[in-house]
Design a protein around this ligand. Structure first.
Ligand SMILES: CC(C)(COP(=O)(O)OP(=O)(O)OC[C@H]1O[C@@H](n2cnc3c(N)ncnc32)[C@H](O)[C@@H]1OP(=O)(O)O)[C@@H](O)C(=O)NCCC(=O)NCCS
Length: 192
């Protein structure tokens, strides 16, 4: 397994999802759906049933083990509340992982996404087999673009007309990249 399934950070616990998280996650998604919908592709498939969500989380848990993606739930330190989700996806070609995240609206605006993304990115870039991390976001997603800038990512391109927004307008996509050589983790590498 490339990444630990449980990471305690100063303000939150990152833990690989379990299917048993489905009922609580259902409530958290319901409370955030309008907020996630413009930006998060999977939100368009919501609302799903708890059973469908359970199946999705089983897939995420299996993916964590087989390395198709590493998707964490973000929990309060005592594990009692779901604060969001964050994941690394090796789907951008050799040596690259894409990072994605969402934060429950009642916990947003406190630097949590920046802090947790930094922790996962540092972990990723200490590995010999990961050379760069990308963050893909809609140019209208100002908080996410601010996170990319703050973490030192460079904007390498803006792809035009990559899809549509939920209201049917055409959507562009900013591709931000942070390479190991530009990261504070540079030089602290570990083997696979
Ligand atoms: C994007 C998201 C994860 C940010 O989470 P968060 O914990 O609030 O993020 P942080 O507090 O770490 O940072 C947000 C940054 O955006 C900035 N920001 C917030 N609203 C902004 C706005 N309207 N314009 C410009 N910057 C804005 C904040 O000031 C902060 O940057 P700063 O610390 O440099 O000032 C959260 O809003 C979310 O879940 N949104 C819906 C899902 C989503 O968009 N996911 C990302 C898809 S690419």
């Amino acid at each position: 397994m490339l990444f630990p399934p449980r990471i305690a950070t100063p303000r939150a616990l990152l833990r690989a999802w379990h299917s048993d998280d489905a009922p609580r996650l259902r409530q958290t998604i319901d409370a955030n759906l309008d907020y996630l919908l413009p930006w998060i592709p999977w939100a368009r498939d919501e609302p799903t049933t708890v059973e469908q969500l359970r199946a999705r989380l089983e897939g995420d848990a299996a993916g964590f083990v087989n390395g198709s993606s590493w998707i964490y739930g973000i929990f309060s330190l005592d594990g009692s509340s779901i604060l969001g989700g964050i994941g690394l996806y090796p789907r951008i070609g050799p040596g690259g992982v894409e990072i994605g995240y969402w934060i429950d609206r009642t916990h947003a605006g406190k630097g949590l996404a920046t802090e947790l993304a930094r922790i996962l990115i540092d972990l990723a870039l200490t590995r010999d087999d990961i050379t760069h991390v990308e963050l893909h976001c809609d140019p209208h997603n100002l908080p996410s673009a601010a996170i990319a800038r703050r973490l030192g990512f460079a904007l390498i391109e803006t792809r035009r007309d990559v899809g549509t927004t939920p209201s049917g307008a055409s959507r562009d996509l900013m591709i931000w990249r942070l390479s190991r050589s530009e990261s504070p983790s540079s030089g602290r590498r570990t083997g696979p």
